[in-house]
Design a protein. Structure first.
Length: 97
């Protein structure tokens, strides 16, 4: 499992110009099951994504295709995590092994 933290590197008007294509990219990967949660940071300085069931090389390729990356308005920090406890609503995210 990975936590992706986006940090905007351009003014919000430049981010907003790419927002529709970024949202379409998010929707594609939500639909595939790779992304399970995404949203904005508060204050609005970037965003976050929770990715599951994917190897790092494939994840890096997906990130590289984000319009925020290709448009040069955001950088990603990627953290691999292994959850060990979860609320009942999120137990499906715990590793099975």
């Amino acid at each position: 499992m990975y936590i992706l933290m986006l940090t905007y590197t351009a003014p919000l008007n430049a981010v907003d110009a790419l927002l529709d294509s970024h949202k379409a990219w998010l929707a594609e990967h939500i639909a595939s099951g790779v992304f399970v949660l995404a949203g904005r940071r508060v204050p609005r300085s970037g965003g976050f994504i929770l990715a599951v069931g994917i190897d790092r090389a494939r994840l890096d390729a997906i990130i590289a295709a984000d319009s925020f990356v290709t448009g040069g308005v955001a950088l990603y920090d990627v953290y691999e995590v292994t959850p060990t406890v979860a609320s009942e609503a999120l137990t499906s995210l715990l590793p099975t092994a």
